[in-house]
Design a protein around this ligand. Structure first.
Ligand SMILES: C[S@@+](CC[C@H](N)C(=O)[O-])C[C@H]1O[C@@H](n2cnc3c(N)ncnc32)[C@H](O)[C@@H]1O
Ligand code: SF4
Length: 365
């Protein structure tokens, strides 16, 4: 299968948020310079090819200086061309200055993913964010004025001290903004994070479900359709890059903590900065069994409201999903929490909320 998507990880942050378990370190100019040089080597090792989707994520890519960002964008240029449908960069409100946004535009970035999380300063403070709500609004408006038509924001719910009225308040702010995509995550309590250390109690299942329903409903009224467990888009603005993951297509990942999927191979980078800077970047190359590949494909695609494309599944594995997942599949079809419609296997609007419980039954032995 062709590989049309490229992910580049920038692990630097100006601050460390209390919930975050991603591969990241505090920004230091000299380490960032060394990292970018190694990244340039990794990118230079990839055969020149125009990618359909490119995603520079983090960490915080906008924590880099203007010069560092330009150094990186120049190295990515050889993967950008007419065929590139989507080129996204993640930015944070405190560091996405107008000159950096202009630079991104100059290098053909056509989509921004802005880490907003909440529009309320007291909640931002509780989770260790360093920006204020007005800065997030400013960055969204600046980006729009500069001609970015694809603007996505990351939001979270279930934050410490957050009340239902806070959630409503955040949803109201969204209505006023020129954005066409939202990732709205329920806060996951990750081991090794400050929130976990402080024994923060996340939302109980019932409240989580009710708040998720409120989000679905309010965003729907604002013209956003839900297309994945945590993702909403207006019109055609679903993320092509993320859909490549959910359709279990091939992708290349570079930088610490990044993963590539090339057919049945999963290639994982070490999260260790020292190793990466020494060129020992690949930690593990795993060859998946066909059972694992088919399960992972099912698992990723059921996250999509559209679900798993059954014809595509057959084309790829020369097997029908019913023959692979036999009685487990029948059990969930009988229960009605999975349905087959329009040549797709999908969850229902209700059962997508407990997808993980459904998937447990499909795990390979
Ligand atoms: C790893 S961050 C990178 C982007 C950027 N640095 C930022 O802070 O927005 C990507 C997104 O993942 C989400 N995220 C990170 N940790 C999470 C957690 N423990 N639970 C839920 N969502 C989380 C946040 O919404 C965040 O914007
Ligand atoms: S959420 Fe974003 S800014 Fe916060 S620590 Fe994680 S990667 Fe860095």
């Amino acid at each position: 299968m062709k590989t049309d998507s490229l992910y580049i990880h920038i692990p630097f942050c100006d601050h460390i948020c209390s919930y975050c378990d991603f591969a990241k370190v505090f920004y230091k100019e000299d380490v960032a310079n060394q990292y970018l040089r190694r990244l340039a080597k990794e990118l230079a090792g990839i055969k020149r090819q125009v990618m359909k989707t490119i995603y520079i994520g983090g960490g915080t890519p906008s924590a880099l200086t203007y010069e560092q960002l330009e150094y990186l964008l120049k190295r990515v240029e050889r993967f950008v061309g007419k065929r590139t449908k989507e080129f996204t960069v993640e930015v944070n409100p405190e560091s996405a200055t107008i000159d950096k946004l202009e630079l991104l535009k100059k290098y053909h970035v056509n989509r921004l993913s802005i880490g907003v999380q909440s529009f309320q300063d007291h909640l931002l403070h509780m989770i260790g964010r360093k920006h204020y709500s007005y800065q997030a609004i400013e960055v969204i408006e600046n980006a729009y004025k500069l001609g970015f038509e694809n603007i996505s924001i990351d939001m979270m719910y279930g934050l410490p001290m957050q009340q239902e009225e806070d959630l409503m308040h955040d949803l109201e702010r969204i209505f006023e903004l020129p954005i066409n995509h939202i990732s709205y995550y329920s806060l996951i309590l990750e081991e090794g994070t400050i929130l976990n250390y402080k024994h923060y109690q996340p939302l109980d299942d019932e409240t989580d479900k009710r708040w998720n329903d409120i989000i679905d409903d309010r965003l729907h009224k604002m013209g956003f359709h839900k297309y994945e467990v945590s993702n909403y888009a207006k019109g055609e603005h679903e993320s092509f890059h993320n859909k490549a993951y959910w359709h279990y297509h091939n992708y290349l990942g570079v930088g610490i903590g990044a993963t590539s999927k090339i057919d049945d191979k999963i290639i994982s980078h070490s999260r260790n900065m020292t190793k990466y800077l020494n060129g020992e970047n690949i930690e593990q190359i795993e060859t998946q069994t066909s059972e694992d590949t088919m399960f992972n494909h099912l698992m990723m695609s059921l996250r999509l409201v559209d679900g798993l494309d059954l014809e595509d599944f057959y084309q790829r594995y020369q097997k029908h999903v019913e023959d692979v997942f036999g009685h487990q599949l029948q059990k969930h079809l009988d229960k009605g929490d999975l349905v087959i419609e329009d040549h797709h296997l999908r969850t229902t609007p209700a059962s997508i909320a407990y997808l993980n419980d459904i998937l447990v039954d499909f795990l390979p032995e």
